[in-house]
Design a protein around this ligand. Structure first.
Ligand code: C2E
Ligand code: MG
Ligand code: MG
Ligand code: MG
Length: 291
């Protein structure tokens, strides 16, 4: 048993195309039920201001605990869910969970925003902004406490097509963010034409900036150009003190990454926030969160 040739091991452990197809099919057919039975959960990763480290918001990141396949990350099922036309159910679920949390925090005197990742497919749907407005009203959350994240590659694939829905979302007063920035083919100057408020530097550059001069230069130029366009600049993938210090020195506005916290379940996030909540000096009812 131990003396297997590597060829056999490869045959045994690499799934065949048929197995990949079958698994994708199962995920898609089981997805709605998984939403209803609590297999799908939203985790939250804190975003902190630089240099104050005040907690400004959280990003909602979906997880699926599948009874057969185990813990699944979004990269393993979101593309299949999108391709099957089920992404509305996912977005609606994540938005409801997130807005519910934001409302609970507001009731405790905490202003923490939630960021929800959108599928580019939602930008083809003229009724999507109405559904966002309805969800905000239903949960009693002011629009500025909801951020909607769209990947650069998604928006820039066809900016003209995305524009009407982006404009309608922006008119609601929600914050629009371009995610994974720097990985696509667009120029930052082109962002000026879109109604966006925030740019998130892709984590590949942030992870590399401590050791790679090129990555460092990319991050610095995104921060500078982002600011010259009046955008809030967020760095994702902040894993160590060096990256945080370099981002601080560049004037990057917001940091998100394992250094601050991994994405946390609802209950672990509450514990994390609790441990960092301190009464603000000089403010009346407001609470300030620091690391
Ligand atoms: P994203 O929106 O760019 O989210 C950031 C990803 O980076 C997350 O992966 C997060 O766990 C990971 N990350 C955060 N900090 C660090 C760090 O310091 N180091 C490293 N190496 N990674 C870090 P995750 O949760 O696996 O999500 C992957 C992608 O799946 C997301 O990328 C987003 O595009 C998509 N996604 C997640 N949730 C949803 C959702 O509800 N709807 C849609 N449409 N897409 C989602
Ligand atoms: Mg995101
Ligand atoms: Mg990203
Ligand atoms: Mg991503």
């Amino acid at each position: 048993r131990a003396a297997r040739s590597s060829g056999e091991a490869v045959r045994e452990y690499l799934p065949t195309m048929g197995q990949i197809f079958l698994r994708r099919f199962q995920l898609v057919t089981q997805f709605r039920q998984a939403l209803e039975t609590g297999q799908v959960k939203v985790h939250y990763q804190p975003k902190v201001a630089l240099p104050s480290r005040q907690v400004l918001g959280v990003e909602a990141l979906v997880r699926w605990r599948h009874p057969e396949f185990g813990k699944l990350d979004p990269d393993e099922f979101v593309p299949a869910v999108e391709a099957a036309g089920l992404v509305d159910a996912l977005t609606g679920f994540v938005m409801d969970q997130s807005l519910q949390r934001v409302r609970k925090w507001l009731d405790r005197g905490l202003r923490i925003s939630a960021a929800v990742n959108l599928s580019v497919r939602s930008l083809d749907d003229a009724s999507f902004p109405e559904r966002v407005a309805e969800a905000l009203t239903r949960h009693g959350v002011p629009p500025e406490l909801l951020t909607l994240e769209l990947t650069e590659s998604g928006v820039m694939a066809d900016p003209q097509r995305a524009l009407p829905v982006l404009r309608a979302l922006h008119a609601l007063g929600v914050v629009l963010a371009v995610d994974d920035f720097g990985t696509g083919y667009s120029s930052l100057a082109y962002l000026r034409q879109l109604p966006v408020d925030e740019v998130k530097i892709d984590k590949s550059f942030v992870l590399g900036m401590g050791t790679d001069l090129g990555d460092h230069a990319v991050v610095r130029s995104i921060v500078e150009l982002g600011h010259s366009l009046g955008l809030t600049v967020v760095a994702e993938g902040v894993e160590d003190d060096l990256a945080r210090d370099q981002l601080n020195a560049m004037g990057c506005d917001v940091a998100q990454g394992y250094l601050i916290s991994r994405p946390l379940s609802e209950s672990r996030l509450e514990a994390w926030l609790q441990a960092r909540t301190t009464q603000a000096r000089g403010m009346r009812d407001e609470m300030v969160l620091t690391l």
